[in-house]
Design a protein around this ligand. Structure first.
Ligand SMILES: NC(=O)c1ccc[n+]([C@@H]2O[C@H](COP(=O)([O-])OP(=O)(O)OC[C@H]3O[C@@H](n4cnc5c(N)ncnc54)[C@H](O)[C@@H]3O)[C@@H](O)[C@H]2O)c1
Ligand SMILES: O=C(O)C(=O)C[C@]1(C(=O)O)C=C[C@@H](O)C=C1
Length: 319
């Protein structure tokens, strides 16, 4: 690494803890977009560590969390939100006070509390890249996952401005657009944009497969269009989503209450034959979909940008 290359890196050594979909994507993006950065990794599952070594995910895959974070100036926890506290406690003794500790968890208030309790006195800046797929594990990640996606950073009120700028630069190097907000607001917004949709998908796919008058083979055979989209979401990792619902309980219950009221209104409109109400509602939701597309928030899919993985982020770095 030349002196000028290393001077432009926001961090010199990133330790990735948890090497599933998100952790392996962070490691791959760091390699593609921040050439010269040292990448170490650790996963609690020995089979994942073996696989990470086999596919060369990082410069070193350690056998203990402490070993992975020694010398790191950025630690990114990529474990399920319910495991953040345990993962942080495991590495606490080996973590430099100068290192920034961040994460990618899908909920933020409980993660901030867990990390704060496990790592008192450390520089903790939670974050959430709003990018993913229904896949999990080290083979599922890809370097372009974060490109053109939002990364929401939820810094504590007393965050050091230079620390925050370095973390923002890290995510921007991957092609992400970064927004900051407080953790509680993040949790409310994501409850409606991500957590509730997953709950609905888990419900509808379960309901369809439980129907007594429709056989399992009919559900599979005729799963066209809408239902097929729900099955993709409902295939998401059970551990991850159990933890999201337990850790963002209040915001999810708030949004679920509103959803149930809106669903009851649509049910009443169908019962009453009120076509005008149904038409107006569907016209409004169609406009929302169109504005999402116009904002460039296209679907994240495993094959999204896959064709040019090797170039991932290089355009971003220079552009
Ligand atoms: N999957 C998505 O679409 C998505 C998107 C954005 C954020 N997230 C968040 O990213 C995090 C990781 O999700 P994922 O999809 O990569 O899950 P994943 O199941 O693919 O990977 C999680 C990994 O964490 C490891 N792990 C669990 N406890 C650990 C511990 N104490 N120490 C070290 N490793 C441990 C597991 O062995 C597993 O390999 C979660 O917090 C999730 O909420 C997920
Ligand atoms: O596209 C998908 O499969 C996702 O569910 C990704 C998704 C989302 O809801 O948008 C899931 C959880 C996250 O924390 C961030 C992204």
């Amino acid at each position: 690494m030349s002196d000028s290359e290393s001077a432009s890196l926001p961090f010199r050594h990133v330790a990735v803890i948890g090497l599933g979909l998100l952790g392996s994507s962070v490691a791959r993006a760091a390699r593609a977009c921040l050439p010269g950065i040292v990448i170490t990794g650790y996963d609690a599952d020995p089979a994942v560590r073996d696989r990470a070594r086999a596919i060369g995910l990082a410069d070193t895959i350690a056998n203990a969390a402490g070993e992975a974070v020694r010398g790191a100036d950025l630690v990114v926890l990529c474990v399920p939100v319910g495991a953040m506290g345990t993962a942080a406690r495991e590495l606490a003794a080996d973590l430099s006070l100068a290192a920034i500790v961040s994460d990618v968890g899908s909920s933020k208030a409980s993660v901030a509390a867990a990390l704060g309790a496990a790592l008192p006195g450390h520089r903790i800046i939670p974050a959430h890249p709003v990018a993913g797929t229904e896949q999990s594990g080290p083979d599922a990640g890809f370097a372009t996952l974060f490109r053109n996606r939002w990364c929401i950073v939820t810094p504590p009120a007393d965050v050091d401005a230079a620390d925050l700028a370095r973390l923002v630069a890290f995510w921007e190097a991957f092609g992400a657009r970064v927004e900051t907000m407080d953790a509680e607001h993040h949790d409310l917004v994501l409850a409606v944009t991500s957590h509730l949709p997953h709950l609905i998908a888990y419900t509808i796919v379960g309901t369809a497969s439980d129907l007594e008058r429709v056989t399992q083979s009919e559900v599979i055979k005729y799963s066209a269009g809408g239902f097929r989209d729900f099955t993709r979401i409902a295939a998401s990792d059970p551990t991850m989503w159990r933890d999201v619902f337990l850790n963002n309980r209040d915001a999810v219950l708030d949004m679920l209450g509103r959803f149930n009221r809106d669903l009851a209104e649509l049910e009443a409109a169908i019962r009453a034959g009120d076509g005008e109400q149904l038409f107006d509602h569907f016209t409004r939701t169609r406009a929302i979909r169109r504005s999402i597309i116009e904002m460039g928030q296209d679907d994240a899919r495993p094959d999204f940008g896959r064709a040019d993985h090797s170039r991932a982020g290089k355009e971003t770095v220079s552009g």
